[in-house]
Ligand binder design. Structure first.
Ligand SMILES: [Zn+2]
Length: 155
């Protein structure tokens, strides 16, 4: 929660955030409702910046399910994107396309290459094998890859 955002966003005209439904954070129920299961993980809501309420104009500027608008975006980039800066929109499109191609690669490696989620994770993290955060990265990526595979199986 950002104090300044909360302070300056306070007003009568605010409406409940349609992404987090006023909670200030996005959970799995929100993620499923907005069909972003392979694109988001639970965290602070980037649509309302954790406040739970938004200016109604926000909904006209940015889609509630905009994949790129997540809580690890810098404040500057968030503003650029919301205000339709062409370069930020381009970065958003690139981000989304990279994410989609990653999902396709995982599905290919698992369903055609017959690799397990662990093998796929190790493949993508080959260059980081000596990094201090390897085990942590590996756990997170394996979890994500398992979710991609589970979704692929349900299709
Ligand atoms: Zn929200």
């Amino acid at each position: 929660m950002n104090f300044l955002n909360r302070f300056f966003n306070r007003g009568e005209s605010q409406i409940e955030c349609p992404r987090c439904l006023g909670k200030g954070h996005v959970d799995w129920a929100d993620i499923k409702r907005l069909n972003q299961v392979l694109k988001w993980i639970p965290g602070s809501c980037a649509f309302c910046n954790g406040v739970g309420k938004i200016d109604p104009k926000m909904e006209k500027k940015v889609a509630v399910d905009a994949t790129y608008l997540v809580d690890n975006l810098s404040e500057i980039e968030r503003r650029l994107y919301i205000n339709g800066n062409p370069e930020a929109l381009e970065r958003a499109a690139q981000y989304e396309s990279n994410l989609e191609s990653f999902v396709e690669q995982v599905n290919y490696l698992h369903f055609h290459g017959k690799l397990s989620s662990e093998q796929i994770t190790e493949f993508f993290l080959l260059s980081q094998i000596n990094s201090d955060s390897y085990d942590d990265e590996k756990a997170k990526l394996t979890d994500y890859i398992n979710r991609i595979i589970a979704r692929g199986e349900s299709k």
